[in-house]
Design a protein around this ligand. Structure first.
Ligand code: ASC
Length: 150
């Protein structure tokens, strides 16, 4: 049963990664896609946060599962920031498209941090996870400060 669940999850991850490589039907779909990606990423990041902050007991397996998902999700939103989405109403600031190289770098920093968080989670050490969680949260915040309207 456990293996069956793993196969279904693995298949879901593969399938969910595909739209990132495809064109979107319309700009609004791309905006929904990137917002949904951030929402799912934040949910799994938040579950690690709750452990790091001592709000729920530390569960090494849960930390690993959530960190793996954060790493996967961190790769997805960027495909939804095409030039044709700039005029769609959202919290995305015009600077995203005016300073595209800087924005891309911010996304890359998240990817690096999320990968390190996933590695840290595999250590099973809460202090190691805490540090990597803090580094990841800092990349979220820096990008929000520069590129997301309040
Ligand atoms: C989270 C979350 C974010 C970041 C950010 C870090 O848990 O949902 O957007 O951390 O608040 O400053």
């Amino acid at each position: 049963m456990k293996n069956a669940v793993r196969i279904v999850v693995a298949a879901a991850v593969v399938v969910s990664a595909l739209p990132a490589m495809a064109q979107f039907q319309k700009p609004e779909d791309a905006v929904k896609y990137r917002q949904a990606s951030f929402t799912v990423m934040a949910a799994h990041f938040g579950r690690i946060g709750a452990m790091v902050q001592g709000k729920v007991p530390f569960d090494a397996k849960a930390a690993q599962d959530n960190a793996a998902l954060v790493e996967t999700m961190s790769k997805l939103p960027w495909a939804g920031f095409g030039a044709d989405t700039e005029s769609v109403a959202s919290k995305a600031k015009p600077e995203i498209w005016k300073e595209k190289a800087k924005f891309d770098q911010s996304g890359e920093k998240l990817l690096v941090a999320a990968t390190a968080l996933n590695t840290a989670a595999k250590s099973g050490n809460l202090d190691t996870i805490k540090k990597a969680f803090g580094d990841t949260a800092a990349t979220c915040k820096a990008c929000h400060d520069d590129f997301r309207a309040k």
